[in-house]
Design a protein around this ligand. Structure first.
Ligand code: PLP
Length: 466
């Protein structure tokens, strides 16, 4: 056929929009997205016309409504939405780190949909501070003198250095020049803050007197950074916090600590090693600690700074404070989570991260058995199942080496590949994120809630064919 006639067949967008089926789409997805879908499909037809492929042009025209619908449905399917985390990684950065308890979310929903006293002091009837709501509770829980919170801990580190050490020197051990990920590297953050980095010690060994040896008039701080995403093993030495605080006191130099994953509870209760305790660092004399609110603390994304009032006061007036300020949603969630910690002697049930850590293996085994049960009619036909011990992890840059014993359900699909089954799970109505290990899907029970087990009971039988 002549090129020109082929081009004439290409549907016009405004004509398409008059078709009843496409009008229905417009009602469901709106004008903007429907026109976008139509343009895309029409462009594909035009490309086919350019190559003179008449058959393809005809087929695509025939198919245009379903192609548009597929495009719009994909838009829905890939939107931001809840997923089931079957990876066993509790603080999964890609999956939003710490989940919040439903009750907590409900308790703050009124503040999301209406006005609140975010920066209004109800007692005096005057302007208030958004930090006042939670600062007092942070101090209660850590015995710090004053506290602040910003958008995240990366921001807290940058702010702390910008406000306290800019134009001067901060001393850091060579073993603690951490890269957190996402290009956040301690030496670069230092540079960004206008601080001169003074490295001391070696990768594996740094002693207290290494810090003392470099003290000058220009030393503004000693900085301790938690090596939260790696571990140096073998012959290692680091100066204790107490030693560093001692030297700091002697020379009038504050000790700052980026704790990474701060925590308000005794982690031994959850079978984890000590560490990350904010109160302990402050008690040992650290002047200022910063940490993430959405790591072990189990709160919303935020960076908390707590310690000496004199230092917090300096930080509070720095221009970056406004740039990094915490938004009202986070402030409300943080306030609610801290309220749990203050109110309840044991808030395991209210903080999902802690609740997941505390789930007994028996319960995880029961969950796995319930899932195995619904697949029993397909056993050896569509799938081979096995319940086995597995290793969950904290993830999210907290205790990288720590293995949390767990139970997994292993599924070996017999009719389709594991990759295909993983895709079926991932692209389902409620996406399930799982690992593939040796041609099996591994569902780790530690990060799957009871309600999600119910959902999986319905989902699993449907993902093993095609
Ligand atoms: C995780 C981490 C950060 C960054 O915290 P975000 O809240 O993710 O910004 C900074 N320092 C250390 C040591 C960390 O572990």
């Amino acid at each position: 056929m002549e090129g020109k006639t082929l081009y004439r067949k290409i549907p016009k967008i405004d004509k398409l929009l008059e078709e009843p089926k496409i009008r229905e789409m417009e009602e469901r997805w709106g004008h903007y997205l429907t026109v976008e879908a139509a343009r895309r499909c029409v462009n594909e037809i035009r490309s086919a016309a350019q190559t003179g492929n008449e058959q393809e042009v005809e087929a695509r025209i025939e198919d245009i409504t379903s192609a548009m619908e597929a495009y719009l449905e994909e838009y829905d399917r890939l939107r931001m939405q809840p997923v089931i985390n079957a990876t066993g990684i509790i603080l999964h950065t890609n999956l939003g780190r710490a989940p919040l308890n439903k009750e907590i979310v409900e308790s703050i929903s009124g503040m999301m949909s209406g006005y609140s006293n975010l920066e209004y002091d109800l007692k005096s009837g005057c302007r208030g501070s958004r930090y006042a709501h939670f600062a007092e509770n942070i101090c209660r829980l850590t015995h710090g003198e004053a506290a602040l919170a910003v958008n995240n801990n990366a921001g807290a580190v940058l702010l702390m250095l910008s406000a306290l050490t800019c134009g001067r020197e901060a001393v850091v051990s060579r073993g603690e020049l951490v890269e957190i990920g996402g290009k956040f590297r301690i030496p670069q953050v230092m540079e960004q803050s206008g601080t001169r980095l003074v490295e001391v010690g070696t990768t594996n060994c740094t002693y207290a007197n290494d810090y003392e040896a470099v003290v000058t008039q220009d030393t503004a701080a000693f900085l301790k950074v938690s090596t939260s995403n790696y571990k140096i093993q073998g012959y290692t030495r680091e100066s204790s916090i107490e030693e560093l605080v001692g030297i700091g006191k002697k020379h009038g130099i504050p000790v700052l600590q980026d704790l990474g994953s701060g925590c308000f509870v005794d982690l031994k209760k959850y079978g984890l090693p000590e560490g990350s305790s904010v109160a302990e660092s402050l008690e040992k004399g650290v002047d200022l600690v910063c940490f993430s609110a959405d790591k072990l603390l189990g709160g919303p994304q935020a960076g908390i700074l707590v310690g000496k009032k004199e230092l917090i006061d300096k930080i509070a007036v720095h221009p970056l404070m406004r740039a990094l300020r915490i938004d009202k949603f986070t402030a409300a969630a943080l306030d609610a989570v801290l309220d749990c910690y203050v109110r309840e002697a044991d808030c395991t049930g209210k903080i999902p991260v802690l609740e997941m850590l505390s789930r007994p293996l028996d319960r995880l085994r029961e969950d796995a058995m319930r899932l195995q049960e619904v697949l029993s009619i397909h056993e050896n036909v569509l799938v081979k199942t096995r319940i086995r011990e597995s290793s969950a992890r904290l993830g999210g840059g907290a205790m990288p080496e720590e293995i949390i014993s767990s139970i997994s359900l292993e599924l070996r699909p017999l009719r389709i590949s594991a990759r295909r089954m993983e895709e079926n799970l991932r692209l389902g109505k409620l996406p399930v994120i799982a690992r593939i290990e040796e041609a099996c899907i591994v569902l780790d029970m530690r990060t799957i809630g009871s309600e999600e087990i119910q959902i999986l009971m319905e989902v699993l039988p449907k993902v093993m064919l095609c």
